[in-house]
Write a protein that binds this ligand. Sequence first.
Ligand code: SAH
Length: 368
Amino acid sequence: MQNLYGLSRPELIQVAAGLGLPPYRGRQLFRHLYRHGQTDFGEMTDLSASLREDLASRFSVTHPRVVESSRSGDGAVKLLIELEDGLLVETVAIGSRREAVGGKSGRAQGAGGGASDLTVCVSTQVGCPLACTFCRSGAIAFRRNLTAGEIAAQVLLAERAAPEAAKGRRNVVYMGMGEPLLNTDAVIGSLDFLTDGDGFGIPARRVTVSTVGLPDEMGKLGKAAPHVGIAISLHAGDDETRGRFMPIGRRHRMPEIFAALEELSPSNRRITIEYVLLGGENDRPEDARALLRQLRRLAPAGIRPHVNLIAFNPWEEPEPGPPHRPGAEGDAERFLGMVSAAGFVATLRRSRGRDVLAACGQLAATPA
Ligand code: SAH
């Protein structure tokens, strides 16, 4: 039986047409699938009983399956998800307390005193072919691209794993396994399910797609998803250093990536520069100065990126592990201080979920 989960609205309208039904039936199916997460045709009570039976005899609605869930000491939940063909990916659900508007700082928020938010980190590929030297997903074999449905379903499964947080604001970051822009069509399809008001209904500005910076694909994404945030994994202030950690950096150099960013920038989307701090390699004061020189090049185009510094998260498997080490605490603070002093909004992220290998760069979808 054909699985309907993952079909676009036009495709569902086609399915309806195939049953001799008008387009609005396809739109109803879209809502059941992506707004309500409904898998049981019997529960789709705005469809006639005979139509429900007809659909159930021809189609299924199936989601990937959570086969393992690990809760970090800091509350992040890592889901190991099995796809239809048995391959595995990982998704991370990160709950965070939000201050009530005008709330007092520092006080934990109980019921009624401000909500909890959910950030879901989704994967776009099984493994990753880009093999950045610091990233565990690149150290395992690349198997295949995920479909649009498999990407969106991760958000649904994460919401179910963290129902309290899912009642608050929902954010989605495409920062799990894989390079989203090696799978641009499916990513665009999934963005449609997630941001459509008849789908998940997550505002586009709360969604961020992270990429190593593939210029042509950036343009394509930019056109298809005007308000979605874009994060560029830069990790160095010059192309030579970058190319040492990121083989793809030898193919697409910063001027080309920045030109693509400028093309994207006219709409009011958030642009983030990600920078993993690798001890002694890209976290020295001269590295910060090189980064700042690059960032200033974006100013004439009106781009003021947020700078997201990420402490390097080590991993051991697969052997021999990454040829990097975390930097000293003081070095990260100094780097952050320099970037902030130059007038950029910068944060130093200590990723959540390190103890269960759920942090940035640690996803490899191996059962515990
Ligand atoms: N392929 C995309 C999205 C996945 S990674 C990209 O590269 O942007 C999300 C972020 O985690 C990237 O910025 C990536 O460089 C970073 N990352 C990878 N390995 C890491 C590690 N070991 N420690 C900290 N961050 C890491």
